[in-house]
Design a protein. Structure first.
Length: 370
């Protein structure tokens, strides 16, 4: 009877042990299946899948890393997961990783990472967390998708939206946006002035009809190149002159044979006249179109920002009026919208020219006052 009493618990214990072993077997089997499934998914996925610890150390990188970035598993193992990230993007990635650890969920993020050949790829990344037995985040699973081509296509689309296809210059849409910014800034505290130059090619319609639209397009391309070069030269000279005021000149093509130049921080008409005169000189130099020498001139209207302007378009209208006046007076000249401003600007420039001539020809005499 005693033996029977002892055998029953022993049998129960044996069954329990067998059950536990069977459960352990099933757990290991499930874990192995999950591991095999993870390996199958990651090794065949087009996206790059990485497993990192909370300190950013690489624990696993899928084979897609080699295909997309060119790094071998050994090369990746020698570096931190943040080392190939663009310096300007690292803090955003670190913040996203910190947020994922704290909240348990990651957000979608775009950042640049260096290819093995030195170029930069753009990735779209999502992170998810793996917790340990204590419920704390121990690892991050990061899925990276290469969106470089998509971003490049988006940038090209944006460029075409805001740039002239013939000359590559910013177009009317971008011009109106920049004009609005200058207008808003001029109305703000401190009132930063700006000046608009409207440049029109003299007799372009006649030229276009006589030589053809292809030759006309080549003329516009050359004028755009000369205007850009002149403004860059002016900017370079201003930077060399430590006493020169900080100005910004932006060139746009409105359409047809019209160009605009937006001069920020320029409120003196004589300064704008100097820019216009240099542009006229640059454009006037002859050049070849279809083996024929061509000479082109431009008429320029100048309008300064004033308090009476109610809309950004008002300064454009003023510049157009001044440009039409320059054309009516024979072309190849520049006119300021306000007659009084124009007179003062011309007088000041004439005085400066006379002073330079007098200095060069030693026309000054020095008298000693008693």
């Amino acid at each position: 009877m005693l033996l029977q009493w002892f055998w029953i618990p022993l049998g129960a214990l044996t069954v329990l042990t067998l059950y536990q072993q069977l459960r352990i077997y099933h757990i290991h089997r499930e874990a192995k299946n999950r591991e095999e499934l993870f390996q199958i998914v990651t090794e065949n996925a087009a996206d790059m899948i990485a497993l990192v610890d909370v300190k950013g150390r690489r624990l696993y990188n899928s084979p897609a890393y080699k295909k997309i970035l060119g790094y071998s598993a050994a090369e990746l193992g020698e570096t931190s997961s943040f080392e190939q990230i663009h310096p300007d993007d690292r803090f955003r990635v670190l913040d996203a990783a910190r947020e994922a650890r704290e909240t348990g969920s990651g957000k979608r993020l775009e950042y640049r990472i260096r290819h093995r050949d030195g170029s930069w790829k753009v990735f779209e990344s999502v992170a998810s967390t793996i917790r340990d037995d204590k419920g704390e985040v121990a690892k991050l699973v990061i899925v990276n998708r290469d969106i470089t081509e998509r971003k490049r296509a988006e940038q090209q689309l944006e460029h075409h939206l805001f740039h002239d296809p013939l000359t590559g210059l910013p177009n009317r849409r971008l011009f109106l946006d920049r004009l609005q910014r200058s207008f808003t800034r001029s109305r703000g505290e401190g009132g930063r002035p700006y000046t608009l130059l409207l440049v029109n090619v003299d007799h372009f319609k006649v030229f276009n009809e006589s030589m053809g639209t292809v030759a006309g397009d080549n003329v516009l391309i050359e004028i755009a190149r000369r205007l850009s070069a002149q403004l860059r030269q002016d900017d370079t000279n201003a930077r060399r002159d430590s006493n020169a005021a900080s100005t910004e000149a932006n060139l746009f093509r409105l359409g047809g044979d019209e160009f605009t130049i937006l001069l920020d921080a320029v409120g003196d008409p004589s300064d704008a006249m100097r820019v216009a005169r240099r542009i006229q000189e640059a454009v006037a130099e002859p050049f070849l179109v279809e083996s024929r020498e061509v000479r082109v001139s431009v008429s320029t209207g100048i309008a300064l920002s004033v308090a009476t302007h109610e809309r950004p378009e008002d300064v454009l209208k003023d510049a157009d009026v001044a440009m039409r006046r320059a054309e009516a007076l024979g072309g190849s000249r520049c006119e300021v919208f306000d007659e009084a401003m124009h007179t003062r600007a011309v007088g000041r420039m004439r005085l400066e020219a006379d002073l330079r001539t007098a200095l060069a020809e030693k026309q000054f005499r020095v008298y000693k006052l008693r």
